[in-house]
Write a protein that binds this ligand. Sequence first.
Ligand SMILES: [Zn+2]
Length: 203
Amino acid sequence: MASPIAHACLGVISLATITPLKCWTRKQSVFWWIMLFAILGCLPDIDYIFGLALTGNMKTFHFKETHSLLFASILALILSTIWQRHGHQKVWFMGLSAFIAIASHVLSDWFTGPSFGLHPSWGINAFWPLTSSPIQMPVTIFPGIKFKNFSGIFDFVNLKTVMVEFVIFIPISAWLVWWRLRQPGSLLHMNESKQTTYTKSDQ
Ligand SMILES: [Zn+2]
């Protein structure tokens, strides 16, 4: 896997670029939408918890069912149904955003391997249940987090991967959120318009 930093940021990038205006008009709801999409971006790695709880080995179910496009579709459908029951508008649009946030995890893990370069990635079960064996990509874009046990996660080589992802993905996602908030009708745009109106009325 890429680290949770890259996955969470890709979820937030999906939110900033795809979701409808209603997610961006109130300060509190913007915060919760960002949290939700960061979680959706990391969600397929829930297989670590299942593996640890059911077999004592974090990797037992890793890169399998939860790293498939079917899993992303089912989750998006469930969320769409919940949003519809809560009276949300443009539910299909929201569902598509959720699907892309989860699918961004599948796609980035698909391009994850031992190190960056022109060699095959580790491979995931992206098309489960149509195929049961991992499908590899011919290139690796994301160096994976390597560990044999839980404490191995914190090895220096993994911390270096996390730092690189932090430097690349945090500024991109923060800028996109800021850009989205300044689009017509969004929170910062409304605040700026109000300030302009006040300033003009003061003159
Ligand atoms: Zn993953």
